[in-house]
Design a protein around this ligand. Structure first.
Ligand code: MN
Length: 413
């Protein structure tokens, strides 16, 4: 028996190692560059990476098209090929690239190609993932630092070709990034796995009197232990009344035994974000009222998830969730949409009016926030749109009211 088990474990190891390698090798960076090039009629497209910084995290667009961790590099796409401009231009060209040139040569290239049109990304702000490491305490969206320097570079490049036609590359990039390929879905699945496992572990450790911050530290330690270098966004841990504040990140209060706790969190793995919310009672038992609110949110989430399929819009999904809350007697306004795109950043790029297509990845996260009763409930899962519906990447994480009770406060009962 033991020998069999060992063999099975060994086989499993071999299989998972192969799957992992295949996913890594199978990232179609060159195909993405080709698809972008097919969308620009002529001229030169420039995509600057993130400037050198410590700690360094690559820019999302640049990473999507190159998979290169190099700092301070500009990707240039022309009808002749794909080039990298680096500070001194001495690196050998990575496979799939036509050459590496010194940044000084960029002006020559601009002169040669920009007359036929220069394509530049715009001022899209992708700040969440760039600025938060597990265990670090930062707020949302610091607009200063490398992201700002990248924007400055873009606006300077615009000025250098004054008079020439500058066009927006952003809509083309967004169109590509909005539909995830297989390798991206695998990264998202891993990010959700790391987040979910750490979250389950953290919820099991809950005790009355524990501080929100203490819970957060344990949770984020789990991310680090499982290989995350970044948070997808600052973790939200809100107990009681704090759970009714949608973007509460102060996380300074103590858990009271009769309170609900809302935890909205995500690790970043392989550059991709997870975004999961669970709500649980500190003492492991919902009151009748807490359960009533919880079940309403759950029903709204189930209805919204059931509606996800190609052809539907996120607006339609949102309306379905709101209707369920209303039908259950919860008439206060939900102060956020039911869904957002998830990908290289937690609130990923994408057109909110788009009809869903297979490969699009969204959250479904209805909530009810009753400030007077100090009851906040939000439940959030991540789903990939498939051919005829959607696959949840997070359905294995306890979600039903009974499951949540079993997970919480086991040693209190
Ligand atoms: Mn979310």
């Amino acid at each position: 028996m033991t020998r069999l088990k060992t063999l099975a474990a060994l086989l499993l190891l071999v299989v998972s190692a192969t799957a992992e390698d295949a996913a890594e090798e199978g990232v179609p960076y060159a195909a993405r560059r080709e698809r972008l090039r097919a969308r620009i009629e002529s001229g030169l497209a420039l995509v600057p990476g993130a400037p050198a910084a410590e700690p360094f995290r690559q820019d999302n667009d640049f990473w999507y098209l190159t998979g290169l961790e190099w700092p301070g590099v500009v990707l240039a796409l022309t009808e002749d090929g794909a080039w990298l401009f680096t500070p001194d231009g001495t690196e050998p060209a990575p496979p799939g690239f036509d050459g590496v040139l010194a940044m000084d040569m960029l002006d020559v290239t601009l002169g040669r190609y920009a007359a036929d049109g220069l394509w530049l990304p715009g001022g899209r702000s992708e700040f969440y993932s760039t600025w938060n490491r597990p265990g670090e305490r930062r707020e949302f969206g610091d607009p200063f630092g490398p992201s700002k320097r990248r924007l400055e570079w873009i606006s300077e490049s615009r000025k250098r070709v004054e008079g020439e036609k500058v066009r927006a590359l952003e809509p083309k990039l967004t169109e590509l990034r909005q539909v995830k390929d297989r390798s991206e879905i695998e990264c998202l699945r891993r990010a959700c796995r790391v987040t979910g496992e750490s979250l389950v572990e953290a919820i099991r450790s809950v005790k009355p009197g524990m501080k929100e911050r203490e819970f957060q530290d344990g949770l984020e330690r789990g991310y680090l232990e499982r290989g995350a270098r970044w948070l997808a966004f600052p973790s939200i841990v809100g107990s009681g009344r704090n759970g009714t504040m949608v973007h509460y990140t102060e996380n300074s209060a103590e858990f009271d035994r009769n309170e609900l706790v809302v935890v909205d969190t995500g690790a970043e793995i392989g550059m991709y974000a997870a975004d999961i919310t669970r709500t649980f009672p500190v003492n492991g038992k919902f009151t009748q009222r807490q359960r009533e609110v919880y079940e309403a949110v759950l029903a709204a989430q189930d209805a919204a998830i059931a509606a996800l399929k190609p052809g539907v819009t996120l607006g339609e999904v949102d309306a379905i969730a709101r209707q369920v809350l209303k039908d259950r007697g919860f008439t206060q306004r939900m102060p956020h949409l039911t869904s957002h795109w998830v990908g290289l950043q937690v609130h990923d790029v994408g057109d909110y009016a788009a009809r869903l297509k297979p490969g699009m990845v969204v959250t479904v996260e209805p909530g009810i926030y009753l400030e007077d009763e100090e009851i906040g409930v939000r439940i959030e899962d991540v789903l990939v749109v498939t051919g005829d519906g959607a696959e949840s990447l997070t359905s294995w994480i306890p979600r039903g009211a009974d499951e949540i009770e079993r997970l919480t406060g086991a040693d209190l009962k």
